[in-house]
Ligand binder design. Structure first.
Ligand SMILES: C[S@@+](CC[C@H](N)C(=O)[O-])C[C@H]1O[C@@H](n2cnc3c(N)ncnc32)[C@H](O)[C@@H]1O
Length: 103
């Protein structure tokens, strides 16, 4: 996998942070999700790619609307949280921009 210094920094900063993020900033970040999905016209039948899904907030809301979601994140603890939040979504552990599978 090809990574940049920024990628490595991101991996390090998010490693094992899912529980703390879910308890704190995730709630704040969830606030505009409805408006975001409205603006994108997400509804039944939409195919949605959620990159950097974190604990799956956007993926969960889109799934509730009937969208088919593929959610991507590089951090294992985030994907574990997303798996609990969005069982129907297809979850992929990968790092952008290379999108090489990391686990
Ligand atoms: C702010 S958090 C989660 C944001 C989430 N979309 C939300 O609404 O709460 C950012 C997430 O992006 C992931 N991430 C950061 N850089 C990434 C990259 N290059 N490839 C894949 N995931 C990445 C991190 O692991 C982290 O889970």
């Amino acid at each position: 996998m090809t990574t940049t210094g920024f990628d490595a920094h991101e991996r390090e900063r998010w490693a094992g942070r899912a529980a703390a993020y879910t308890r704190s900033f995730a709630r704040w970040c969830a606030y505009p999700v409805g408006a975001l999905l409205d603006a994108a016209g997400v509804g039944a039948g939409t195919r949605l790619l959620d990159l950097g899904t974190g604990p799956g907030t956007v993926a969960a809301s889109a799934t509730e609307r009937g969208a088919a979601v593929v959610a991507v994140d590089a951090e294992a603890s985030m994907l574990a949280a997303a798996r609990r939040a969005v069982p129907p979504a297809r979850l992929v552990r990968a790092a952008l921009p290379t999108c090489a599978t990391v686990g």
